[in-house]
Ligand binder design. Structure first.
Ligand code: LLP
Length: 417
């Protein structure tokens, strides 16, 4: 079941798999994040199918959606994990995943995080600076262990995406300049506790064109050949740049098959290809379900005020990201133009501006689409709003995978003086 078939109208009501969203709202309240198990599994399977015949490891980027039930599902399907913090490692372990499938990325790892990861025996570290290598070597020495390292290379490729999520240009903070990276590998030889076993790069997220990824791949593959010729036993190539998904009907998602089939002839048979997809696995498998509170008119503008806010889903505010909005009850009425906004006290608290949408009476439900990635993980308690419940639908069954927060949760850890 793909994400298009996971969320469909049945008898005029929008459903997730075999569960009606009106029933879900009645049982679990709103706002609620609702994920389709089948849609997640289908996306992961698409990666595995495309990669058949290539030695590979698909490390799901935990940052996209870190709920432990989602991690558990992906681990059961054979995923590894790409983490960027000790907290994400803690989650992966709590999900019962094997630490040997974990890659630790990120530009600013702390001593405690590195120590935690070494103690648990993760697969490897993607390192981004000479200082980080020195710290990793010191901690590995103290633990009497060896750390596998891939340097994260900045390949200076324009990913052609939103500037906030483009990461592979020279002016970005990420990675080590491809022009100097070989000298950093050579200097790594001074640390007997570090094993240079891989190379990695990540040029950005929501890439709708495959071309920049192939450009980066060519640079990285040439680098692997040079490093191997210089005697480094490079075993894996971690090729980052997240495939984009379709947030609006006019947008075509990057095609996994096309990407892999263009990559396949370029790869040596003895290198393991590592990918770190987050968004392309989980974005389309999730929606944010919300209820209309009021509708009001200010001058010529119509505002539909809903019970979800920018604290629940910040992508429209932060990136001016577009999310399709689907009324849960199919309506025969003609659409009109309205802003769909939340209750938070900020003008930036909106989900859609000047959107064509059918009239929505107070009490009716909407599904904010493609919200599975970078949705709940970026939610906050701003305006002292408890964060939403998260639900995983499997057929007609609905599992609570994170209960709705309570007012008591809001005060957890605080104390009067
Ligand atoms: N690996 C690394 C090192 C990354 O920096 C990222 C994303 C990923 C993997 C996963 O990329 P994906 O497959 O999800 O494109 N909050 C933003 C997205 C930030 C992505 C940052 N890095 C958004 O909502 O669009």
């Amino acid at each position: 079941m793909s994400s298009e078939t996971a969320f469909t109208y049945r008898d005029g009501w929008f459903c997730c798999e075999d569960a009606s969203l009106i029933d879900i709202a009645a049982r679990f309240g709103t706002p609620a994040y609702v994920y389709s198990r089948a849609a997640i599994a289908a996306r992961f399977a698409a990666y595995r199918r495309s990669l058949r015949g290539i030695p590979n490891r698909v490390c799901y980027a935990v940052k996209a959606n870190s709920n432990i039930a989602i991690l558990q599902l992906l681990a059961s399907l054979g995923a590894g994990f790409d983490i960027v913090s000790g907290g994400e490692l803690f989650r992966v372990l709590a999900a019962g995943a094997d630490p040997a499938t974990v890659v630790f990325s990120g530009v600013g790892k702390t001593r405690e995080e590195i120590d935690f990861a070494l103690a648990r025996g993760i697969h490897s570290f993607n390192c981004e600076s000479a200082d980080e290598l020195a710290l990793l070597a010191e901690i590995a020495g103290r633990r009497n262990t060896t750390a596998s390292v891939a340097l994260r290379v900045n390949p200076d490729v324009d990913a052609i995406t939103h500037p906030y999520i483009s990461t592979g240009l020279k002016e970005h903070k990420f990675g080590i300049d491809i022009a100097v990276v070989e000298s950093v590998y050579r200097r790594m030889a001074r640390y007997p506790r570090l094993a240079a076993t891989g190379v990695s790069c990540h040029i950005g997220s929501q890439l709708l064109s495959i071309a920049p990824l192939i450009e980066a791949a060519d640079k990285m593959i040439a680098l692997v050949a040079r490093l191997r010729a210089a005697g480094f036993p490079i075993r894996h190539l971690d090729l980052g740049g997240g495939l984009g998904v379709s947030y609006r009907p006019t947008e075509t998602a990057a095609d996994i098959d096309e990407f892999i089939s263009r990559l396949r002839p370029r790869l040596a048979s003895d290198i393991e290809l590592m990918l770190e997809p987050g968004r392309s696995i989980i974005a389309e498998a999730g929606i944010l379900l919300s209820r209309v509170l009021f509708e009001k008119q200010n001058g010529s503008k119509t505002f539909v005020i809903v019970d979800a806010g920018m604290n629940d889903l910040i992508r429209p505010t932060l990136y001016h990201a577009h999310h399709e909005i689907t009324p849960v009850e199919q309506s025969p009425l003609p659409p009109r133009i309205a802003d769909i906004v939340g209750p938070v006290c900020e003008t930036g608290d909106f989900f859609a501006r000047d959107r064509e949408i059918v009239p929505l009476a107070p009490g009716s439900l909407i599904a904010i689409r493609t919200a599975g990635a970078y949705g709940f993980v970026l939610a906050s308690n701003y305006n002292s709003r408890p964060r939403p419940v998260e639900l995983l639908v499997d057929g007609a069954e609905v599992h609570v995978i994170r209960r709705r927060e309570t007012y008591d949760d809001l005060l957890r850890g605080e104390q009067l003086v």
